[in-house]
Write a protein that binds this ligand. Structure first.
Ligand code: FAD
Length: 337
């Protein structure tokens, strides 16, 4: 398979993780990452990056969903455990999810089976934050900061000969002559590239503050979260369905600040480092599948890997492993294409 030319479209966490898995599996292939935006311009860069798959994340079957989540956890944990975990931005983090009304909110059936520590919060712990909390869980999970992971994996890919091309693609036909296969990891961009009506933006806004004393994450009611990372703490958040607004909204800022400071009064006066907006690329079922399109009698083989919504940092490795398996099927003659 030495002469294969493969393009990975998109340089967010999904695209770069896919390119990495692809280069590991197809060592001799020529791989290009083609993307309009890189690093801090991507949605991936906005994410706090906590490993916490939610009920809004789904693959085509429950078995596949669980495999994606498990494979992802082990990918992140393996990097964390080797000497490069720090430079790659992957750390372990513990914290609380509280709810004043619903016990289900504080349970995460995927994490319960996966992480080293997962338990109910004690009566004492339910009083840690202001508010009347009836239900709570405490667990240890992983945090991947894309501000470090994306540059780290870019260096790895370049060292393996992967080329990076800065370009916006208007349609697959733009590049079809140059490649044997394309892996489409364009997130929300896939809505337009594939005319996929099932993908919808869920707008989010966060505030980054300086609060080095905080080492624990907290989730409360109304999408309120406080997640300490390297160099800053992320305060969130909001989920606005079908909104494309990339401007910082002052009402969202005020609401996030008030909700987080009410939950944890020690945040009052923490220095604001910046605010960010991102559009989560939500699809009811994340699309990881083979496709074929015909241009001038030539069949273009495509593998899609997009639609991770609010869980793309968590689950990029699992869906990428699956996408690379589909590429393998295409070129080993097992494909129905
Ligand atoms: C506020 C917020 C908080 C979040 N927190 C978390 C979290 O804690 N944990 C978690 O797991 N997830 C979180 N997420 C979700 C996560 O950020 C996304 O699921 C993830 O970034 C999706 O990655 P992606 O690579 O698919 O998309 P992106 O990062 O958007 O990358 C898409 C890439 O495709 C390129 N592209 C698109 N169209 C084209 C085109 N036509 N031509 C060329 N290139 C193109 C773009 O330029 C970009 O490089 C959060 C999201 C937000 C907004």
């Amino acid at each position: 398979m030495s002469d294969l030319n493969i393009a990975v479209l998109g340089a967010g966490v999904v695209g770069l993780t896919t390119a990495f898995q692809l280069k590991t599996e197809f060592r001799n292939a020529n791989i290009d990452v083609i993307s309009e935006k890189f690093n801090e311009e991507t949605t991936s860069h906005v994410a706090a990056g906590i490993f916490r798959p939610g009920s809004g994340f789904s693959g085509p079957t429950e078995e596949i969903t669980e495999k994606w989540i498990n494979d992802s956890y082990h990918y992140w944990d393996d990097i964390r455990n080797n000497s490069e975990g720090g430079v790659a931005g992957i750390t372990s983090i513990s914290g609380y999810v509280f709810s004043s009304e619903f016990p289900n909110i504080v349970r995460n059936y995927y994490l319960e089976k996966l992480v080293p520590l997962y338990r109910q919060a004690t009566e004492e712990e339910l009083k840690l934050c202001s508010g009347i909390w009836k239900y709570g869980s405490f667990f240890t999970t992983l945090l991947t900061q894309c501000s470090l992971y994306l540059p780290w994996i870019t260096v790895k890919l370049k060292a393996k000969g992967v080329r990076f091309i800065s370009k916006r693609i208007e349609g697959f036909g733009d590049i079809q002559n140059n490649y044997d296969a394309i892996i489409n990891c364009t997130g929300l961009g896939a809505k337009f590239l594939c005319n996929d009506k099932k993908i919808v933006p869920i707008r989010g806004q966060v505030i980054k503050v300086e609060a080095p004393w905080l080492k624990t994450f907290f989730y409360g009611n109304y999408d309120t979260y406080i997640i300490p990372g390297i160099g800053s703490v992320t305060l969130g958040g909001c989920r606005q369905y079908d909104s494309y607004d990339m401007n910082i909204n002052k009402y969202d800022s005020l609401s996030i600040k008030e909700r987080c400071e009410t939950l944890l009064p020690s945040l009052k006066g923490a220095k604001v480092l910046g605010e960010r907006v991102g559009l989560r690329p939500h699809r009811d079922i994340v699309r990881v599948e083979k496709d074929v399109q015909i241009f001038n009698d030539r069949k273009l083989k495509i593998v899609h890997n997009y639609g991770h919504g609010g869980y793309g940092v968590t689950t990029a490795p699992g869906t990428s492993i699956h996408a690379v398996k589909l590429v393998r099927e295409i070129f080993s003659g097992n494909s129905k294409l």
